[in-house]
Ligand binder design. Structure first.
Ligand code: BES
Ligand code: MN
Ligand code: ZN
Length: 496
């Protein structure tokens, strides 16, 4: 999908279709009013007939409107004007694009970004228009032998009223974030027999070649030398070799600038191991590498935006399988930090691979470390599919991530990391147990990680409820690529 900005009166735009907003009840936006004037009241007639009253989620497609250059005009319902905000704007873009996805329209001119949203500038309007349009048009057909006929809709142009350069940066960011999300979704949606740790490593190397990232892949023997006994304990049951993928983007003016380290959980399939999961919906555990996918997607976005910052991506990748060599409940392993862990439940494997990656992150002398993981079912119970769980040992970092999520409409909600919860992780046999019982399951998982992140500013995003959707529209969402990208835009200097 191509996105660009086009200036000019909507009635004179050269395109297959021009899309303009209508508020409830039957109130034309300025762009719609402009078309109506050119067409000598034709749009008013349509509204009067009762074919479009402006309700959110509705559209009405008109053909051959007199004295309008495009063959089609799409009226898009925006809902009530006094309720029009970020969410309504994004829904309007989505509705418009969906209405045209399976028509003959090849390019559409969207006048929606001219609509003011309280507190948002033109960069925000265009960034969100591009991300939302791309999100709506995403399809995953890689595994189908017969692809559905290619969509005609190829290009979206956005109206930009006002200053010539306003919104240009927003569009650059929108394109990059959209592409990063699509990459994360593709990797998430691939089945686990294709998307193995080895495949993830190959994709990281490919990404590195395309976007000038330094990529290194640590093998099992490298991890053994580093003493990553916790990570390796998860890989024991699998035929697939584990990988620790390291990607580096250097965009800061000074090479010695401290990086932000992103750590993504890359369990390419989580059976639970010897603590085997029940059969129902187990297929969804192919999504247990969505943290890893979000790290790759974000690095792609950061590189495309040419952000002036340094970012390291760390991906511990493994399967979690039962088998003759698999870790047993009660086994005690030694992590890279030297601390011992009693593995009471082999299904609490995410924290076991992340703790060693967090220790490994120390060598980059990070300004901040953010890990992203489909870590706990309990997080889905706490926050549902709306917000990701956020935990941090630093208030400023937590605020920054919450703000980035709010701005990107990829929201997170903070949960506590108080010492009191650490009690639940006590083990009679090792330094720490890998589970803390049913109460506050997401918090105790985060508390486990916090023990390995004491030497730097750290945050943890539990994306178990937000990384994919279930049901008939099952699929990866690409979250939290928008949150992470927005956070890194904020941590960057002027683009190169
Ligand atoms: N990958 C799962 C978490 C998960 C489950 C995410 C369902 C999304 C949907 C994780 O590895 C896991 O199995 N966690 C256990 C932890 C428990 C054994 C303490 C869980 O949440 O049940
Ligand atoms: Mn598990
Ligand atoms: Zn898991």
């Amino acid at each position: 999908m191509e996105f660009s900005i086009k200036a000019g009166a909507p009635e004179r735009i050269a395109s297959d279709c021009v899309a303009v907003g209508v508020f409830e009840k039957r109130k034309l936006t300025p762009a719609a009013e402009s078309l109506n004037r050119a067409a000598r009241g034709k749009l008013h007639d349509v509204l009067k007939r009762g074919d479009m009253d402006g309700r959110a989620g509705t559209t009405h497609l008109l053909s051959s409107v007199p004295r309008v250059a495009t063959e089609r005009v799409l009226l898009v319902g925006l809902g009530r004007e006094n309720e029009f905000g970020a969410k309504q704007y994004r829904n309007a873009v989505r509705t418009a694009v969906n209405a045209l996805a399976d028509t003959g329209v090849r390019d559409v001119h969207l006048c929606l970004p001219e609509q003011h949203v309280e507190g948002k500038d033109m960069d925000w309007m265009l960034r969100h228009a591009a991300v939302t349009a791309a999100d709506a048009l995403y399809q995953f057909e890689e595994m189908k032998s017969k692809k559905s006929p290619a969509r005609r809709l190829r290009a979206v142009t956005f109206a930009r009223p006002g200053r010539a350069a306003a919104g240009d940066r927003g569009l650059v960011e929108g394109r990059a974030i959209a592409a990063g999300m699509a990459l994360a979704r593709d990797l998430g949606n691939l089945p686990a027999n294709i998307c193995t740790p080895t495949y993830l490593a190959e994709q990281a190397i490919k990404l590195g070649k395309s976007w000038k990232l330094a990529v290194r892949v640590l093998e099992r023997r490298d991890m053994e030398r580093l003493g990553m006994g916790s990570l390796l304990s998860v890989a024991r049951g699998s035929r697939q070799p584990p990988k620790l993928i390291v990607l580096q983007y250097n965009g800061a003016p000074k090479r010695d600038n401290k990086p932000v380290v992103l750590v993504g959980k890359g369990v390419t399939f989580d059976t639970g191991g010897i603590s085997l999961k029940p059969a129902g919906d187990m297929d969804e555990m192919k999504y247990d590498m969505c943290g890893a996918a979000s790290v790759l997607g974000t690095l792609r976005a950061v590189a495309e935006m040419k952000l002036a910052c340094n970012v390291v991506g760390l991906i511990p990748a493994t399967e979690n399988m039962p088998g003759g060599a698999a870790t047993r409940p009660g086994d005690v392993v030694t992590s890279m930090s030297g601390r011992t862990v009693e593995i009471l439940n082999t299904d609490a494997e995410g924290r076991l691979i992340l703790c060693d990656a967090l220790t490994y992150a120390e060598r980059f002398k990070p300004q901040a470390v953010v890990d992203i993981a489909t870590l706990t079912g309990a997080c889905v119970i706490a926050l549902g599919h709306v917000a990701s769980g956020l935990f941090s040992n630093q208030d400023k970092l937590a605020e920054e991530l919450l703000d980035a999520g709010a701005d990107a409409w990829d929201r997170a909600w903070r949960l506590p990391l108080w010492d009191d919860y650490q009690e639940q992780l006590k083990s009679p046999f090792a330094d720490v147990a890998n589970i803390g019982g049913r109460p506050a399951g997401s918090v105790t998982a985060a508390c486990f990680l916090a023990r390995f992140a004491e030497s730097y500013s750290w945050a943890h995003l539990d994306i178990a409820g937000t990384a994919w959707t279930s049901g008939k529209n099952k699929g990866a969402t690409g979250r939290p690529v928008p949150l992470l990208s927005t956070f890194l835009i904020g941590r960057s200097g002027k683009p190169r």
